[in-house]
Write a protein that binds this ligand. Structure first.
Ligand code: BES
Ligand code: MN
Ligand code: ZN
Length: 499
């Protein structure tokens, strides 16, 4: 979908989007048009069960008087509540509404509702941002072949008419870069695992070099030299070679603060020898969601030329059962030197992250390290599909990430770390085992990761419940969500830029 900004004039063709406030108050542009179409707009609002709620819409198609144009009346709610997030939801609602009436070109006529901020530039930019996020559709594998009806016609263009289009365009530019990062992430997460091998993923990471990101890829030989046997053990049952990718964006001051993002990239998780049941196993294509978020965040930060130093590290592995696969009871030695008894080969994400976290803190000595992983089913039991679980060894870091999430509409819930949980992964046979008891499974997984942070400021986001959505959401059609790209971008903006 092509998004552009233009000066206001009443369009005579295509779909014209007009705001309707609380208590069905037509915007002043809508009042003008209503007269030209003999009251068709106000009649429609009155006839339908319409309340002006945010994103609610009705269509008035080709009314007499101006029959080359159709109108979408979209709710804006109370103008004084109309902040950035509402503007995004409104923009997304417009795309959904235009799709619903089968339109291909739409124009939003923005005008200042009573009590709205005097300058509409920011609102126009966020409206465009929401529209761009919502217009995403993963239709790469839909051919539209005879007998199928699953390929939707996309909305081709959206024009936003606003008094200062050049200013709005400038405000939109960094947001468009973030949306590109979200889209890149969603494409990775959506890709089926027959295509999405660890090497395919590292090839995708290489594409970030065109944005100025320094990309390094390691294969198994190099990881063996670094003694990353916790990660390598997970990949040893797969014919696909494991990969580790390091991405560096040095947009900040040369010796300034830096933050590291670390992602779990299991390109398919069968469970290994501790094999998963058949039902729902197809969901494990998105078990690289943590890596997908890290890569998308790097894409966004570089795309908008963030003035911050950020390193992204992803461990890319396929977890398969095989004659050469690791077994329950195996003991592996991680890069840190600590030994791990592998009780369950399906608790593989923490084994991958153990080496990625250790490597990251050792090589880069960042001021903080944040990992993301679709780590446990247990976090979904606790928080469902709405909140991601967040753990941190420092409250101010947790707070910073939670606030960043709030600002962009990504919800995170702080869960506890405690030595009492930590001792539950002790074992008589090695330094630790890779699973705890049945209860508190997301917490013991976090405790396991903490043992590989070497005391560095660290946070862990268990995104198993939120990396994928089975339902449509205001800003995101169902499927891969790109959860965390926007929150991480915001966290960097608020805590690392210019520092
Ligand atoms: N990738 C899964 C976690 C997961 C489950 C992500 C559902 C997304 C949706 C992870 O590797 C896993 O299998 N975890 C096990 C751990 C257990 C063996 C201790 C789990 O949660 O069951
Ligand atoms: Mn698993
Ligand atoms: Zn997994």
């Amino acid at each position: 979908m092509k998004i552009s900004f233009a000066e206001p004039k009443v369009p005579t063709r295509g779909i014209v989007v007009l705001g309707v406030g609380a208590k069905n108050k037509l915007s002043s542009q809508a009042v003008r048009i209503d007269k030209q179409v003999d009251g068709a707009l106000s009649r429609a609002v009155a006839a339908a069960r319409f309340t002006g709620k945010l994103g609610e819409h009705i269509a008035v198609l080709a009314p007499a008087g101006r029959k080359n144009a159709s109108y979408l009346l979209v709710g804006t709610a109370e103008a004084k509540e109309f902040g950035d997030l509402n503007a995004q939801t409104f923009g997304a609602g417009v795309v959904r509404a235009v799709q619903a009436v089968g339109g291909s070109d739409a124009t939003i006529l923005m005008d200042a509702p009573d009590g709205a901020p005097a300058d509409l530039d920011d609102l126009a930019a966020h409206l465009a941002y929401g529209a761009k996020l919502r217009s995403y559709d993963y239709d790469k594998y839909k051919t539209g072949a005879a007998g199928t009806n699953n390929k939707k016609d996309p909305v081709r263009s959206l024009t936003i008419m606003v008094p200062r289009p050049a200013v709005a365009r400038r405000r939109y530019s960094p947001l468009a870069a973030i949306a590109d990062g979200v889209e890149f992430s969603r494409n990775l997460v959506s890709e089926p695992s027959n295509v999405k091998t660890p090497k395919w993923m590292s090839a995708q990471c290489r594409k970030l070099s065109k944005l100025g990101v320094k990309v390094e890829v390691m294969g198994e030989a190099q990881m063996r030299k670094l003694r990353m046997h916790a990660l390598l053990g997970v990949g040893q049952g797969s014919v696909q070679e494991s990969q580790c990718v390091v991405m560096r964006w040095d947009g900040g001051k040369p010796k300034g603060k830096s933050v590291a993002l670390v992602g779990k990239g299991v390109t398919f998780d069968t469970g290994g020898i501790s094999i998963k049941p058949a039902s729902g196993m197809e969901d494990m294509i998105w078990d690289m969601g943590g890596a997908g978020t890290v890569i998308g965040a790097m894409y966004a930060l570089a795309g908008r030329k963030a003035k911050a130093n950020v390193v992204g590290v992803v461990g890319l592995v396929e977890n398969m059962p095989d004659g050469n696969a690791q077994r329950p009871g195996d003991i592996v030695k991680s890069m840190s030197g600590q030994t791990i008894e592998v009780i369950n080969t399906d608790a593989e994400g923490r084994l991958v992250l153990a080496d990625m976290l250790w490597y990251t803190q050792k090589r880069f000595k960042p001021d903080a390290m944040i990992d993301l992983a679709t780590l446990t089913g247990a976090v979904m039991v606790a928080l469902g599909r709405e909140y991601a679980g967040l753990y941190a060894n420092k409250d101010s870091l947790a707070e910073g990430i939670i606030n960043a999430g709030k600002a962009v509409g990504e919800k995170l819930w702080h869960l506890p770390l405690d030595p009492a949980y930590d001792k539950q992964i002790n074992t008589p046979r090695a330094d630790m085992k890779n699973v705890g008891p049945r209860w508190g499974g997301s917490i013991t997984a976090a405790q396991f990761l903490q043992r590989f942070t070497n005391g560095l400021d660290w946070a862990h986001l268990d995104i198993a419940g939120v990396a994928w959505s089975d339902t449509d959401r205001p800003l995101m059609a169902r499927g891969a969500t790109g959860f965390g790209v926007r929150a991480l971008d915001r966290f960097v903006r608020d805590n690392y830029e210019g520092k």
